[in-house]
Design a protein around this ligand. Sequence first.
Ligand SMILES: Cc1ncc(COP(=O)(O)O)c(C=O)c1O
Length: 363
Amino acid sequence: MTTSSMSGALSIDDLDVVKPRFLASDNTSGICPQAMAYLIRANQLDDLAYGNDEWTERAAEHFRTLFETDCEIFFVFNGTAANSLALASLCQSYHSVISHQLAHIETDECGGPEFFSNGSKLLTVEGAHGKVTPEGIERMVTRRSDIHYPRPKVVSLTQATEVGTVYSLDELKAIREVADRHDLRIHMDGARFANACAALEVSPADITWRAGVDVLCFSGTKNGLAFGEAIIFFDRGMALDFEYRCKQAGQLASKMRFMTAPWLGLLENDVWLDNARHANAMATRLASGAAELGIHTMFPAQANSVFLELPAATIEGLRARGWTFYTFIGEGGVRLVCSWNTSTELIDSLLGDLEEVLAQNGR
Ligand SMILES: Cc1ncc(COP(=O)(O)O)c(C=O)c1O
């Protein structure tokens, strides 16, 4: 008898259903133990509200050490808010932001960046493997210079990209060069920043401010927190009055410490990096297993996401076996995302199911 049936409560183990198996996103995973331990510690003593507590200060200080610079840090609940508010602080309403056409800010934030900036327009560019290129930026900036065109002011890059690729250091520097020529600021959507650092084996400082990034939105949610993103301004001048923006947008947590203390669990002993390395390793295992089955991977799986091109019947077959994934993100295909707690068993069981479903459907 299971514990739940002994207590009378119904658990999913008691139900005669196909149990979901989660690779839909890195936010389907739970809180990692180190973050949870800090949440519990923070709950042992009362503290000041609105970020004036000891935990928030310690987390901010830790970020300064990690990034090897005296940056300014703010904490918000989610990625849409982080991106939208960061971009709003870099733009006037008549400015524009250049991003990739698959960028989350363009496709999945419900117009948040435009709303919070009072109308700054997103100008989207194409680019292989989900990446903005220096040529794309140059074209977008120089195609018009008249008063009727929203003046380009920011380039927004997603690192790792929405399709699971990673901008190299050289690519970032080439983008900074063109940005300098046109007086553009650089925002980085770091929903999977940790995975990019792990993939590139470079320091956080090297792929941000030393490569010309002005503002980074660093996701904790996708790395092992319950929720929470850090917005990091490498130029403190750009952060002027940012706390008022957060408050006005409903992003100033009164019990901020419960969002920031768990960050210490990620930052101490480089747990954030271990979590990301693990997620990336699981994605590599999945991509190479899929390749052995003759399945085409749509993009190089450089971080923790894998995009598979699968026939509709195979997709249905996997769903019937409980696998959860999205097919509408990026350029389509089946997106599978690994996280800090994805196990080798889960990956191997997916590969086993894939093999069986392909064989059932005569491939
Ligand atoms: C590239 C990217 N940016 C930002 C986000 C943050 O989104 P949310 O507002 O759901 O936290 C996500 C989440 O899926 C993402 O994939």
